[in-house]
Write a protein of this length. Structure first.
Lengths: 79, 495
């Protein structure tokens, strides 16, 4: 999958989790907590939604700061 | 009329469950009572009650072979797993005392806890062996067991069975020592539910076993009623497997309930498995909005009240539609009284004291066995209880009057656009004032500019202020973009 395609998929999930989010401002550098405004609960929800949408598994304790880091993980997991 | 809780169950079901005062007797009883029914499952392999009790007996034999003496302490460091439940029941049915360590503890804290409580053996799950190595006591693999089986020990109902960390939303963590009688009373009270059929419920276990709610209501009550307990490797995995587990019941904190609603919005109701009838929610304030949203899905969400020192459940509410802000009626086996507005209770479920801290124990437990809860309550004319606030959180006004922040927060929780709020004492221009921090349910605001979100809550504060005595009015408002600091049970921390 291309990075751009994954980013579009992530934005679709983020829109469901945070309908108020300005998706046009979300890019690979967006910080999950300080820019997008996720908290511990919405991060758990995001991870479950990503697993479902991209058919991957987050193994062990994984930490992400930015959208780009999530995309990196998805690409590796699908490789 | 027996009482509110016992009347919920069909008489023939109720007759089957009696109060069993110790864990060794309980383990023996569930083995003979529910023998071939499914007991514990990691979602791949499932053990019957007979198989589970065999594993517990072999774990007991392994512990006995280590030369432990009655009352010695064994700590468990693991996620919510089948092995952790077996080990908990093995330790306590062998007469030792168990400490379930929170799984997120870093290595130095694990070592410190083992030292503080004089732990002799630390049983660690597969992913926790490295962390466990920091402890100076003997470390074993939680999956270990002997070839042969050992019988249950003979214990007194007042013997200590487990130590749970407690601190709630205020104060430093303490170790609450719970005797066998308390855990078993808490477990039995959890069994009462409307129209509940024994031996056929399926539970997905999403709470940590280091929390009394996850251990007593989420696990021991399940085994008491012959239910099947499912847990995958961690909470996220268990939630993602709900369509396969098909639970009939869940025991959860409100934060987990919010996640489940989010998943239903994304993937539809089938994500919950299709069989979910009710959710027992506790350990934090349950917003009426949550109750309403689950009701629309045909799922009853019951709220309750309890504390670690009382082995979890002190009251429960199944009439959430009629009494959405009540924490319900008092569970059996307890006496209650209200002293200067504070709830006191005593009964089988009362703890023995805080480990190594007679001073704190004396502050909470009276010589004649009453727990002073620190919670300000009121009862309505039908006996339903309402929490007004915590004594420890009282704000002392400049005129010497005390005001409970929770009582000011309560009307705000009726607002569907508010996720959480916190009222506290603050300073403004060198004067003490009452302040509120508000966390919006941001998804309710669509693309509304932030200034308008703030204006919305300022107007709400004005409306609430108009209903309050002048001295109780809020003078300072902060609308938060980031979540509050939360406790392990996802409650807003007041520290």
């Amino acid at each position: 999958m291309e990075r751009q395609e994954i980013l579009v998929g992530l934005k679709e999930i983020l829109q469901l989790i945070k309908p108020s989010l300005d998706l046009s401002a979300v890019n690979e550098n967006s910080q999950l907590i300080s820019d997008i405004g996720l908290d511990s609960l919405t991060i758990l929800l995001l991870s479950l939604a990503i697993e479902n949408k991209f058919n991957i598994k987050f193994e062990g304790a994984v930490k992400f700061n930015t959208v780009g880091e999530v995309i990196d993980y998805i690409i590796k997991a699908k490789a | 009329m027996k009482n509110y809780f016992e009347d919920m169950m069909p008489a023939e079901e109720l007759a089957q469950v009696k109060y069993i005062p110790t864990i060794p007797e309980f383990v023996t009883w569930i083995e003979s009572k529910w023998r071939e029914l499914p007991a514990l499952s990691d979602t791949v392999n499932t053990l019957t009650y007979k198989q589970m009790c065999d594993a517990i007996a072999r774990k007991r034999a392994m512990l006995n072979a280590m030369g432990l003496a009655k009352g010695d302490k064994v700590a468990i460091l693991d996620n919510t797993t089948v092995e952790a439940v077996e080990m908990f029941l093995a330790v306590t049915s062998a007469g030792y005392v168990v400490i379930n360590l929170p799984s997120q503890l870093p290595a130095p804290a694990v070592a410190g806890c083992c030292m503080k409580f004089g732990v002799k053996v630390l049983a660690a799950g597969a992913g926790f062996m490295e962390t466990a190595k920091a402890a100076s006591c003997k470390v074993i693999d939680i999956a270990d067991m002997a070839e042969q089986k050992a019988p249950v020990a003979i214990v007194d109902k007042n013997d200590p069975a487990a130590i749970f960390f407690t601190g709630g939303t205020t104060g430093a963590p303490k170790g609450a020592v719970l005797p066998h009688r308390a855990l078993m009373r808490g477990a039995l009270n959890g069994v009462y539910a409307p129209g509940h059929q024994l031996g056929c419920q399926r539970y997905a276990s999403v709470l940590p076993l280091s929390h009394v709610f996850g251990l007593v209501r989420g696990t021991l009550s399940v085994l008491y009623e012959g239910g099947a307990w499912y847990a995958a490797a961690n909470t996220k995995e268990t939630i993602s497997k709900l369509p396969m587990i098909k639970p009939t019941c869940l025991v959860a904190v409100p934060g987990i309930c919010e996640i489940l609603l989010g998943l239903v919005k994304m993937y539809g109701k089938p994500f919950l498995g299709g069989n979910l009838r009710f959710i027992i929610a506790g350990a934090a304030n349950v917003p009426p909005k949550l109750i309403g949203e689950f009701d629309q899905l045909g799922i009853s969400l019951f709220a309750g009240y309890g504390m670690t020192e009382g082995a979890n459940l002190t009251s429960g509410n199944i009439d959430v539609k009629e009494k959405p802000t009540s924490v319900g009626k008092i569970y059996p086996g307890q006496e209650t009284k209200v002293v200067d507005g504070e709830l006191w209770f005593r009964g089988d479920n009362v703890f023995l004291g805080y480990y190594g801290d007679p001073e704190k124990t004396a502050e909470t437990l009276t010589p004649d066995g009453w727990i002073k809860t620190g919670d300000l309550v009121r009862f309505d004319e039908e006996g339903y209880m309402y929490i007004i606030g915590r004594i420890k959180n009282l704000i002392i006004l400049s005129n010497g009057e005390n005001v409970s922040p929770e009582s000011i927060e309560e009307p705000f929780y009726k607002c569907d656009k508010l996720r959480d709020c916190l009222v506290k004492e603050d300073e403004m221009d060198g004067k003490k004032v009452i302040a509120i921090e508000i966390l919006p349910r941001i998804e309710e605001f669509g693309n509304t500019p932030w200034e308008e979100v703030e204006a919305y809550f300022k107007k709400l504060v004005d409306e609430v202020n108009a209903t309050l005595p002048t001295t109780h009015r809020i003078n300072k408002i902060t609308v938060r973009k980031e979540d509050f600091k939360r406790t392990g049970a996802m409650k807003v921390s007041r520290n």
